[in-house]
Design a protein around this ligand. Sequence first.
Ligand code: 4NP
Length: 157
Amino acid sequence: MTRVLFVCLGNICRSPSAEAVFRGLVRERGLEDTILTDSAGTGAWHVGNPPDERAQLVGRHYGYDMSDLRARKVEDTDFAEFDYILAMDNSNFRNLERMRPSAYAGTLAMMMDFAGRNGEEVPDPYYGDLSDYETVFDMLKPAAEGLLAHILDEMKK
Ligand code: 4NP
């Protein structure tokens, strides 16, 4: 089993969107028993809440039902459970680096690295409008595809 965690600030916009896009690919390929997905936030303001209504609205247009997802805060124990921890922006990445145990053998990376856009951030849409949420989904699709291709490659080794 490969476990993948997507992380942003609030866990109501970018990381649940990333989870929805990636699990869509996992389901399309019938890999639900092989790849487990989750998402979390570095902040706790929205813990227990479903994704932002704008993320859900735009997500539905892209074919993703995110209504089952609930926000949670990233935990130290996540490093013992997840093989991949993907940050949406530099601030998330720095916070995760501070939490990372030195013995962590998994991959902590920026999400957009997997779209060949090394170090690029998925911009926070929270104070934006619906077009900013569309930008998020447009960026996440190729990154999710690249991530899945990478994981499938690693599983062959
Ligand atoms: P997210 O967006 O990190 O993509 O979930 C945000 C959601 C909420 C807040 C900031 C960003 N907030 O400040 O409450």
